[in-house]
Design a binder for this molecule. Sequence first.
Ligand code: PAF
Length: 262
Amino acid sequence: MREHVASARTHRLTIGLVPTMGALHEGHGALLRRAREETGYVVATIFVNPTQFDRPDDFQKYPRDIDADLAFCERLGVDAAFAPDAKEMYPGEIMTSVDVTGVSARLEGEFRPGHFRGVATVVAKLFNIIPADRAYFGEKDAQQLAVIQKMAVDLNFPVTIVPVPTVREPDGLAMSSRNQRLTPEQRRIAPVIYKALCAAERSIQAGLELLSVVPEIQVEYFEAVDPTTFEPVEKMAGPVRIVTAVRLGDVRLIDNLLVSIR
Ligand code: PAF
């Protein structure tokens, strides 16, 4: 891979990297197209990374179709595909790993212990194997993107991380290799996820808009907090206090509402 990249560089081409775990779909298509537009030599990596799976059955059932993936890459004008096996990526015992603390602690980090260590470590290895100028990651995996951005800054990887918007099915379901594993009934239900996110966006917006369309009012804060600690809410569950402070002329008014989220 280094020789391919070095040879592209002698032709003054910039290098674009799109790391994937295969089972490519139009979400990956958006990453590859963006890389194709912005860089002169596009490398896709296809590797179902065992160290980022917290459950062996999830790793085993992860969809794989290398022939279809290579055909997909070819159709999109990818210059090189790197599809190592696990022995090539991890030839010996793994004694070194990358831990991005803070941003990786909650949510996916909490529900999938070790997941982000696996992701950060394999992405660091890919950045070293394929010294790219720009690397493309989907916003669907928003926390993963934040982890990788922090890692690239903290470890001085000379690569620009490019976020690419989520691609959705016509009914709103975010494209994912895992969608293939849904039964027809589950597939019918799944679009409710995006509907719920949109409903949450609308109600938060609606609350804020009511205040912000009044020219006499300046909002200082409008937040959902834990009613005991007054820290920003960690989970939209149980009691949550919506708190706000506004200025109306030179008068400062505050108010709040305790909301019980079931
Ligand atoms: O998002 C993915 O497909 C994977 O987590 C990645 C970034 C390719 C690392 O294995």
